[in-house]
Write a protein that binds this ligand. Structure first.
Ligand SMILES: Nc1ncnc2c1ncn2[C@@H]1O[C@H](COP(=O)(O)OP(=O)(O)O)[C@@H](O)[C@H]1O
Ligand SMILES: [Mg+2]
Length: 483
């Protein structure tokens, strides 16, 4: 439907102009009708009054006309002239001769009324009937004419009309004011909503629409804010996805690079190590030579680092065999106990005596679980206790490793399984990535939570039996062992 208004006119203007039109039309129509009716009524009553006075004069003039007493008639005419609006009185005999004529100054316009004077013997009803019969003229003895000014009644009508116009104007003004305030209060939330939308589109993403003063506007503002919230959430997700993608790309590049470095460094490192040993025996350098030991330790450290790079970048194809997981775990822990026998770190283990057999790659899984325990030991910083507990539920084997360290910050929790993420000065950031890779290759799960006692609690879940098929599939798709 085509709009009444051009598009550039806002709701506020439209509502207001329609309201002004309707109010003015109603007020003026009603007022015009009212004034017309009242004017007609007042004019009618005015004419009735003059008519009555002329009739009264005609009745009283009968005797004066009959006996030709002009003084009597003049007295009557004068007393008549004292009445408001009366400008002149003429009394004539039946021949039309003027017996009395009085007048006074009055402002026009004028009108006049004439009354006939009859002999009063005739009863009024008889006179009326005979008048109808056309015989009444025989009783006619004279006439009176009363001239009167209609100025007064016209002035009164004018004053009433003017008063109506003022009142109508005042009412229209008041109604417009009320409508102005109302439509403003309705429209201003919409305007502020539009402003908010403009600010959002120009980059202010934190701003939200204010609620209005009507339920409809509130619903609109709520819907608008919900839309902004979901947009913000979408933007966050997109940003995270981009970040993840960028990180993965970087990781892939770093991975390739480290693999190359590892290969390039591994062989020279082997040569350095054997050369050192030869040097030691040729030069008869004692076993406790501090510099020599230092060099050897660093070579071992570098080698471990390269090994873990290689391990992670090109993992060996798993060789699954049926193994008792509880026994495997005890072996791993024993290694750590020996390693930490000289410092204050304790291990508290709850491992069932009954075997739990599953098809796993002993080497890979021991290294994977070992990485988790190693992290727990590092978190404990050579003191306190690392708790290791195994829970078995039918074919499900779960090991919980709980330390007494500082726990993992919320912001890091998502990243700890990513390769090369580390918060340690000498860390490689490959321990958890490798563990995750291995556990997944065994059809298992790994998760982490902060324990109630502070520190971290890692949980590794593995299955026996039903995952055989999955493991076989994994085995078929697994990567070949590299160098
Ligand atoms: N038990 C733990 N307590 C606190 N933080 C841990 C724990 N285990 C892992 N992390 C965090 O996860 C990161 C990655 O661990 P990891 O992959 O083993 O690499 P690295 O040990 O070389 O740093 C660590 O740097 C550390 O911030
Ligand atoms: Mg580690």
């Amino acid at each position: 439907m085509k709009s009444l208004f051009p598009n550039r006119f806002g709701i506020h203007f439209r509502v207001l102009s329609v309201a002004v039109l309707l109010i003015s039309a109603t007020t003026f129509t009603m007022g015009y009708l009212g004034v017309t009716i009242i004017n007609q009524f007042v004019t009618h009553r005015f004419n009735q009054r003059i008519d009555f006075m002329a009739q009264y004069l005609a009745l009283n003039s009968e005797l004066g006309i009959l006996i030709g007493e002009k003084n009597l008639l003049r007295g009557l005419a004068d007393s008549m002239l004292k009445e408001d609006d009366i400008a002149g009185v003429d009394i004539m005999d039946h021949m039309g001769r003027i017996l009395v004529q009085v007048s006074r100054d009055h402002r026009g316009p004028f009108a006049s009324v004439e009354k006939k004077v009859y002999l009063s013997e005739t009863e009024e009803s008889a006179a009326w009937i005979s008048r109808l019969a056309g015989t009444r003229e025989a009783d006619l003895i004279g006439r009176v004419t009363v001239t009167y000014s209609v100025r007064g009644i016209k002035d009164l009508a004018g004053r009433m009309t003017a008063r109506f116009v003022y009142i109508a104007l005042a009412l229209t003004g008041l109604a417009c004011l009320i409508f102005y305030v109302m439509s403003r209060s309705l429209v201003s939330p919409l305007v502020s909503l539009a402003d908010t939308a403009r600010k959002v589109s120009s980059g202010n993403r934190t701003i939200r629409a204010a609620t209005g003063n009507t339920p409809e506007i509130n619903r609109l503002a709520d819907a608008f804010n919900d839309m902004l919230d979901s947009l913000a959430a979408g933007r966050r997700t997109l940003k995270q996805a981009y970040e993840k993608m960028a990180r993965q790309e970087t990781l892939a590049e770093v991975g390739k690079f480290s693999l190359m470095i590892a290969h390039e460094v591994k062989n020279p490192l082997g040569i350095i190590k054997s050369s050192l040993e030869m040097l030691k025996s040729d030069m008869k350098i004692p076993e406790d030579n501090m510099l020599m030991n230092y060099a050897e330790e660093e070579i071992v450290r570098l080698n471990t680092l390269i090994e873990s790079f290689l391990m992670f970048s090109r993992p060996a194809k798993p060789r699954f065999e049926t193994i008792d997981l509880n026994q495997m775990l005890e072996q791993i822990i024993m290694g750590f106990e020996i390693q930490h026998s000289t410092d204050g770190l304790q291990f508290q283990c709850k491992i069932p005596d009954t075997p739990f057999e599953a098809k796993v790659d002993f080497d890979l899984l021991s290294r994977g679980i070992g990485n988790i325990i190693k992290n727990a030991c590092e978190a404990n910083n050579k003191k306190g206790t690392v708790h290791i507990e195994v829970k078995i539920d039918r074919n499900k084997w779960q090991v919980f490793v709980t330390d007494q360290g500082k726990g993992i910050k919320e912001k890091d929790r998502q990243k700890i399984f990513e390769p090369f993420f580390t918060t340690k000065a000498t860390g490689t950031g490959l321990g958890l990535a490798f563990a995750d890779q291995v556990i997944k290759a065994h059809g298992g799960r790994i998760r982490v939570e902060n324990s109630e006692t502070g520190g971290c609690r890692f949980c590794i879940t593995l299955f026996s039996g039903i995952h055989d098929k999955l493991i076989e599939a994994l085995q078929e798709n697994g990567t070949d062992s590299g160098s």
